[in-house]
Design a protein around this ligand. Structure first.
Ligand SMILES: Cc1cc2nc3c(=O)[nH]c(=O)nc-3n(C[C@H](O)[C@H](O)[C@H](O)COP(=O)(O)OP(=O)(O)OC[C@H]3O[C@@H](n4cnc5c(N)ncnc54)[C@H](O)[C@@H]3O)c2cc1C
Length: 381
């Protein structure tokens, strides 16, 4: 046993304690270690990393939303994801099939304008008319949309490969990664975090990173703080068996007006009915009623896919802030508390840039000022 280790296997101290072993926590630990701060401890309550939203998502990397600031973060993230480095030898598998975001007349102005801004900044996206979109995905119904944003470098990511790239890089850099360990409390002195308590012992620390996903506000309550304005919402994903009608070369298709998406998945499709119900954090029960919602949307807006069989379905939680932007930064009410939360439906894609930005902020390095302001957690107090 190392002198600083307790009998529980936990160190008695760490400079930075990261709570949560999903994309948020893993990415922050990874970039802290890459940038030279290696006294990092990651605590994950479950017996494995990435068991909640980070292991249950649709794996789609999308770089255009209606918010230009979010788009900058997503594009930076994708360039980090596809870049190799000396300590970062493996490239993560990204199947760059592209994406097609459908909009209806008068409903997608924000998205179309954000797409034009992104294109001016060099992103390979362009606006297509109905014919252009249907040439790519012939099953689309031209009555359901007016225009589409096509982004060639969007695609589908190997999510387990990405999570483990972060975790392996962190471990190689010196971070300690602990599973089956739940943070249960926080100690503070003079308004500053001094230690965390867990179900396996106590660890003193200088910085506490709240990367607890849907549990983020539960952690805030442990610190004695009011919640941030963000809510976990349940969303279901559905897969089909192999289908004659699908083409593995299709981009992923997101109907932003009627709120559903589908993409090729091992010869069939992965789809969502676009459901969004607020839920308490925890294991997420499935609701079979969503299959009817999906069947109804396909019948109305993409009838060529109507009646497709279901192989499997599951649900996870997307934690969405009041203004849909991420909450990444120092708390401001409690010194030493750093939030990496509210990653909504883009947390897998954004994780590399969010990890890099968080590490720079924790280290006191210069950062992009508009990201710092736009992501400040205190806007949600
Ligand atoms: C159905 C669905 C589809 C999605 N599709 C996409 C997509 O296509 N593209 C995309 O980019 N994003 C997608 N997302 C969003 C993405 O998955 C999330 O934004 C991201 O995984 C959030 O990561 P996280 O680390 O913040 O949260 P989580 O993965 O939930 O990790 C938080 C971790 O904290 C742990 N924890 C909580 N409390 C404690 C405690 N007290 N002590 C120790 N550990 C604790 C939890 O056990 C959990 O493992 C989707 C999400 C869902 C649900």
């Amino acid at each position: 046993m190392k002198p600083t280790e307790t009998t529980s296997g936990l160190p008695s101290s760490a400079d930075v304690v990261v709570v949560g072993g999903g994309f948020a926590g893993a990415a922050v630990a990874c970039f802290l270690c890459r940038k030279g701060l290696t006294d990092v401890l990651v605590l994950e309550a479950e017996s494995q990393f990435g068991q909640h939203a980070s292991g249950l998502n649709a794996a789609m990397a999308r770089q255009v939303t209606a918010d230009p600031l979010t788009n900058e973060i997503l594009s930076r993230s994708l360039s980090l994801l596809t870049a190799a480095g000396d300590d970062w030898p493996d490239t993560v598998d990204l199947r760059p099939g592209g994406s097609l975001l459908l909009t209806a007349k008068g409903r997608g102005d924000g998205l179309l304008s954000a797409a034009r801004t992104a294109a001016e900044k060099g992103l390979d996206c362009r606006v297509l008319d109905r014919e252009g979109a249907m040439a790519m995905v012939p099953v689309l119904d031209p009555r359901a949309f007016d225009r589409a944003v096509y982004t060639a470098s969007d695609g589908v990511v190997d999510i387990h490969g990405l999570l483990w790239r972060f975790l392996k890089t962190a471990r190689k850099g010196g971070a300690r990664l602990v599973t089956s360990c739940r943070m249960t409390g926080v100690e503070s002195r003079d308004g500053r975090v001094t230690a965390v308590t867990t179900d396996r012992g106590r660890v003193t620390c200088r910085v506490l990173v709240n990367a607890a996903g849907a549990w983020g506000n539960r952690l805030a309550a442990l610190v004695g703080l009011d919640p941030l304005a963000m809510t976990p919402y349940r969303r279901h994903l559905v897969t089909t068996p192999p289908l004659e009608v699908t083409d593995p070369g299709w981009p992923f298709v997101w109907d932003t007006t009627h709120d559903f998406y589908f993409r090729p998945e091992v010869g069939g499709l992965l789809l969502t009915p676009g459901d969004e119900s607020p839920m308490e954090p925890g294991d997420t029960p499935r609701d079979p009623a969503v299959l009817e919602i999906l069947a109804d949307k396909l019948a109305r807006y993409c009838p060529e896919l109507s009646g497709i069989p279901v192989a499997r379905y599951w649900a996870g939680l997307r934690t969405i802030t009041r203004d849909s932007r991420f909450a990444v930064g120092w708390d401001g009410r409690m010194e030493g508390l750093f939030w990496v939360a509210g990653l909504g439906g883009h947390g897998m894609t954004a994780s590399s840039a969010v990890g890099e930005f968080s590490a720079d902020r924790i280290l006191g390095n210069p950062v992009n000022e508009s990201w710092k302001k736009g992501l400040a957690p205190n806007r949600l107090c």
